[in-house]
Design a protein around this ligand. Structure first.
Ligand code: CP
Ligand code: NVA
Length: 320
């Protein structure tokens, strides 16, 4: 089957979409991205690299380090017949000129921009001034491409997502926010075990109520309670990029939230262990769990490639 696909032309600005948060997507659009992903992944595994995006150019504008996001987007675009430009510090983003001028100019050269920025507002501003699609490759607020790959991975293991339960144990950070949005959009119950002071702030809770009203979310301080009945137990680092000066304090606060064999024993025996990586082994997760039979962290990372391809084909096809 050839993937349905229609290229967006520069002359079609009204059909242009950005992907800055999972909440930007309708549930049906997530289904559509996953359907394209599944088709492309099956072909990839059969040795086929369907060139859906010949001549298309993607810019990766990164203020922070990255292995998975950078390489999966670059490799994915090459698989799709397009090419990519990695733009690190040397282009002077945020230093040589305004974000507005930067976005207006860069988007004249490329078809899509993936931005990894310290401040979410930087990505919002860039999207606001760009004449091409902008995809969030991680900000302090959100990591939508990660959450989409995680939900896709979960779906591969448990089948239809509706009605399953994801337990997130740890910091209420960018990854947690995107997972909460994604769970709401796909009918997964989201249970979060997070110490007070590190939970979603009131404004984000209000945002969820308004933008993702279907989300069923519970917040607790008890990791054991959170993981009971969960299809997957998810954690992320306690100290995200940019928070390094808080790491000593965070190690102390989050110590009771470590995912270890004792905590996994409270979850169903077939519960998956999930982590976006990179992991701080010995902090949020023990070697025994992350290297154990329930861990799907490498599949999650591998699916970044396939889901980024689904996102790129969808966003450049602008199929609403
Ligand atoms: N999970 C993730 O986004 O990894 P990188 O920071 O290596 O891109
Ligand atoms: N929460 C982490 C995710 C890294 C992929 C961070 O922002 O550093």
């Amino acid at each position: 089957m050839k993937t349905e696909y229609r290229e967006r032309r520069k002359s079609e600005p009204l059909s242009m979409r950005h992907l800055l948060t999972v909440a930007d997507l309708k549930s049906a659009e997530i289904d559509r991205i996953f359907a394209i992903t599944e088709d492309l992944k099956t072909k990839f595994e059969d040795g086929l690299r369907e060139a859906l995006l010949p001549g298309r150019v993607m810019a990766l504008l990164f203020e922070k380090p990255s292995l998975r996001t950078r390489v999966s987007f670059e490799a994915g675009m090459i698989n799709l017949g397009g090419s990519s430009l990695f733009l690190g510090g040397d282009v002077g983003f945020g230093a040589r000129e305004s974000v507005a001028d930067f976005g207006r100019v860069l988007s004249e050269y490329v078809d899509v921009i993936v931005v990894r920025a310290y401040r979410h507002q930087t990505a919002v501003d860039l999207a606001g001034y760009s004449s091409c699609s902008v995809i969030n490759g991680l900000t302090d607020l959100a990591h939508p491409c990660q959450a989409l790959a995680d939900l896709y991975t979960l779906k591969e293991h448990v089948g239809p997502l509706q009605g399953s339960k994801l337990a997130y144990v740890g910091d209420g950070n960018n990854v947690a926010r995107s997972l909460a949005e994604g769970c709401g959009k796909t009918g997964i119950e989201f249970v979060m075990a997070t110490p007070e002071g590190y939970r979603f702030d009131d404004s984000f809770v209000e945002f969820l109520k308004k933008e993702v009203p279907a989300l069923k979310m519970t917040v607790t301080s008890d990791p054991a309670e959170a993981v009971r009945g969960a299809a997957a137990v998810y954690t992320d680092v306690w100290t995200s990029m940019g928070q390094e000066d808080e790491s000593k304090k965070r190690r102390k606060v989050f110590a009771p939230y470590q995912i270890n064999a004792k905590l996994m024993a409270e979850a169903p025996g077939d519960a998956l262990f999930m982590h976006c990586l990179p992991a701080h082994r010995g902090e949020e997760v023990t070697d025994e769990v992350i290297d154990g039979p329930q861990s799907v962290v490498v599949q999650q990372a591998a699916n970044r490639l396939h889901v980024q391809k689904g996102i790129l084909a969808w966003i450049l096809g602008a199929q609403g």
